[in-house]
Design a protein around this ligand. Structure first.
Ligand code: KIV
Ligand code: NA
Length: 266
């Protein structure tokens, strides 16, 4: 059984088939999603918030992405594994982007990389694609720029911003990107971008018309603590389930109910 490739995703758009994408940061979770048939797994730099304990995605390093990406690749057989180039790993220019993308492809074994930005990241996208590294673009809310954006707000509102986003999406496609993530943009705009491109759009907080949908797995599964953005749907309550298991284990140990006879050797 071979892995999903960017060709399969292009074919899905032609056939009008939607597909799901989830983030993953470790081998075991990735294997669960792979066995569940999720065709594309993103080793997102959301690992910063969701796995490594940072406040934002900004501090995430290449070393961290390489370790997590390799784990996700090892945990999967079928999924296309896409890894984020973290903040600071491609902004210097195409040569830096290629050096770091190459590391993720060779060291970790990912099938594609993702980078944020339209116009400003085109030279990077062009060089990576020329070199044979499939690139997923990321437009709209780009969390690596949170300090410049001033928070996590809907992007592309108003004629000028909408026009710029559509332009950026087409430019990313022309530079050779195989897909484009649209994060927190109005559904109508995401629908227009989706109709205008021949490559798939992957929405997160971007309405129902995108070709694919992505969620951060810890949000989707209810492991994340605190309030979630309104675009998230929770499909499980893992935080409650796991916390309950830990409390029961603790009670059993304190009360002497664990280990029982069947857990003991003689
Ligand atoms: O890092 C991430 O999880 C992402 C997705 C939200 C698209 O970039
Ligand atoms: Na990301």
């Amino acid at each position: 059984q071979r892995r999903i490739t960017v060709r399969d995703l292009a074919a899905a758009k032609e056939r009008g088939e939607k597909w799901p994408m989830l983030t993953a940061y470790d081998a075991m979770t990735a294997s669960v999603f792979d066995e569940a048939g999720i065709p594309v797994l993103l080793v997102g730099d959301s690992a910063g918030n969701c796995h490594l304990g940072y406040e934002t995605t900004v501090p995430v390093t290449m070393d961290e992405m390489a370790v997590l990406s390799a784990a996700v690749v090892r945990g999967t057989r079928r999924a296309l594994v896409v890894a984020d180039l973290p903040f600071g790993a491609y902004q210097e220019g195409p040569a830096q982007a290629l050096r770091n993308a190459t590391r993720l492809v060779k060291e970790a074994g990912v099938g594609a990389v993702k980078l944020e930005g339209g116009e400003r990241s085109l030279p990077q996208t062009e060089l990576l694609v020329q070199a044979g590294v499939p690139v997923m673009a990321h437009l709209g809310l780009t969390p690596q720029s949170v300090n410049a954006l001033g928070g996590y707000y809907v992007q592309g509102r108003g004629d000028e911003a909408a026009h710029r986003l559509l332009h950026d999406a087409k430019a990313a496609q022309d530079a050779g990107a195989f897909a484009v993530v649209l994060e927190m943009v109005p559904a109508e705009l995401a629908a227009e971008v989706t109709r205008s491109l021949h490559i798939p759009t992957v929405g997160i907080g971007a309405g129902a018309e995108c070709d694919a949908q992505v969620l951060v797995w810890t949000d989707m599964a209810g492991l994340t603590s605190g309030r979630l953005p309104r675009f998230v749907k929770r499909y499980a309550e893992l935080r409650e389930a796991l916390g309950g298991a830990a409390k029961e284990f603790a009670q059993d140990v304190v009360g002497g109910a664990f280990p029982a006879e069947e857990h003991s050797f003689h």
